[in-house]
Ligand binder design. Structure first.
Ligand SMILES: Cc1cc2nc3c(=O)[nH]c(=O)nc-3n(C[C@H](O)[C@H](O)[C@H](O)COP(=O)(O)OP(=O)(O)OC[C@H]3O[C@@H](n4cnc5c(N)ncnc54)[C@H](O)[C@@H]3O)c2cc1C
Length: 415
């Protein structure tokens, strides 16, 4: 029987596995398995950069260092971003009203990193197996929960564990099989992701424009191109996906207001329907949910995986502490402590992101106009800017130990 079986080896499940397999908890190491049907093939060093990327906060960087994965991520494919420029379509991209966050304002070298999803997931799975975790290739098909443990069926085999963690994404089978319900609302928007070359340099800056019919982000990549995340109303998105490459670039030039000059598509376009999801409970008997299985937020703030990584760190910390006291890792007291810790933090962030979408990207009316003007008010106050930069770095709130400085974490868990 495994101590912990993580279903889903996406970035969040793989991170949880790596922290649990690598963490010390007294005399006995925990036995940890991750079940993943499609572990990514390693990226050849000379492969072109993939468009599907995520922006990682400073807290996530610390966490990935603690999980032993940073060495697999840091390198020529990683791009640090030093500034963010955020503006509403009612002002020009070079106007004084553009909200600018600069790492230099808080004495940091950068605000975070842009990393390919596949590189992140691969580095975490590699850290997990290096730390002694068992990677099982397969898909969960059934779950039986008893007082003593959980039996999980995959490819005709049964695996048992004292705790099962659902890290299997927004359509989580674990969530459904454990009878945990979720509230889902459809944004009626689709995110289009692609890489583009731009006439002007991205200047290691993340650019974001709020429009009446969506939000456009241009994220700086290490090879000088930018990855776009264009969250557009469904009707507009259908036209954008169907347009020719040059027609798409023309629409993109309009949407970016030529902030980086003219653009040219250099990758395929992929699209993601956008929904908000919040599980009503993050835990059940011998079951916990992490990452997108527990909550899905709009990508406009680039927070989804950052939130999920903090779930993984919080749960790992509590499970390792319980195991150190020879407690059952699936005990309800451990799971409830995890839910209390993460559910309120996630709800706060999800509500804030939702408000940004309603007021800045889609809002008309007086409240929306106040919010849109608010960008330039924030820009005028150094204190407010610093406040938001600290939030963007992810260094506020109740951070798990593994997301603080590595030295502090390694000392506390003895690795
Ligand atoms: C367009 C877009 C842009 C984004 N940009 C950002 C960003 O800049 N920053 C950020 O923080 N977040 C971003 N996000 C959000 C981020 O991508 C997700 O929050 C993150 O991928 C969630 O990770 P996860 O491991 O929880 O789930 P997933 O990445 O969905 O992984 C789930 C894993 O579970 C496996 N699985 C599924 N079903 C089963 C089963 N039955 N049995 C076993 N395994 C199973 C899957 O194979 C997969 O590997 C973005 C999202 C979108 C759509």
């Amino acid at each position: 029987m495994f101590d912990v079986l993580v279903v889903g080896g996406g970035p969040v499940g793989a991170c949880l596995g790596a922290l649990l397999a690598g963490g010390a908890c007294g005399a006995r190491a925990l036995s940890i398995a991750v079940l993943e049907p499609r572990p990514p093939a390693p990226l050849p060093a000379d492969a072109a950069l993939e468009a599907r990327v995520v922006a990682l906060s400073r807290a996530s960087e610390h966490l990935l260092r603690s999980a032993g994965a940073w060495q697999g991520i840091a390198g020529p494919r990683l791009s640090a971003y030093e500034r963010m420029r955020i503006w509403h379509e009612s002002v020009a991209p070079d106007s004084e009203a553009v909200l600018v966050f600069d790492a230099a304002d808080v004495g940091e070298p950068n605000l975070g990193y842009i990393v390919e999803n596949r590189l992140l997931q691969g580095a975490l799975l590699e850290a997990f197996t290096r730390a002694g975790g068992h990677l099982e290739r397969g898909q969960l098909s059934a779950l039986e929960i008893t007082d003593a443990g959980v039996n999980l069926t995959t490819n005709g085999r049964v695996l048992s564990a004292r705790l099962v963690v659902g890290a299997d994404g927004a359509q989580s089978t674990v969530r459904r099989a454990a009878g945990l319900t979720a509230e889902v609302s459809d944004y009626r928007q689709t995110a289009i992701v692609a890489s583009v070359a731009t006439a002007r340099s991205h200047q290691a800056t993340a650019w974001q424009r709020f429009m009446r019919d969506g939000t456009l982000a241009l994220l700086p990549l290490a090879d000088g191109t930018s990855s776009i995340v264009w969250s557009a109303d469904d009707n507009l998105a259908a036209g954008l996906v169907g347009a020719s490459a040059s027609g798409f670039a023309q629409q993109l030039d309009r949407a970016s207001d030529l902030a980086l000059g003219t653009t040219r598509l250099v990758s395929e376009r992929t699209s993601f329907p956008l929904r908000r999801l919040a599980a009503q409970r993050f835990v059940g008997q011998r079951v916990a949910l992490v990452g997108d299985a527990a909550h899905v937020v709009h990508p406009l703030a680039g927070q989804g995986v950052n939130l999920g990584l903090m779930d993984a760190a919080a749960l790992a910390q509590l499970v390792l502490a319980a195991a150190g006291e020879r407690e059952d890792p699936g005990a309800l007291s451990v799971l409830r402590a995890y839910e209390r810790w993460r559910k309120s933090e996630v709800a706060l962030m999800s509500t804030a992101i939702d408000a940004f979408d309603r007021l800045l990207a889609h809002g008309s009316g007086p409240l929306a106009r106040v919010a849109q003007r608010g960008l330039s008010w924030v820009n005028r106050s150094q204190e407010l800017r610093r406040f938001f930069v600290r939030r963007a770095l992810g260094m506020s709130g109740e951070l798990p130990q593994a997301a603080r400085w590595r030295a502090e974490f390694t000392k506390s868990v003895g690795i």
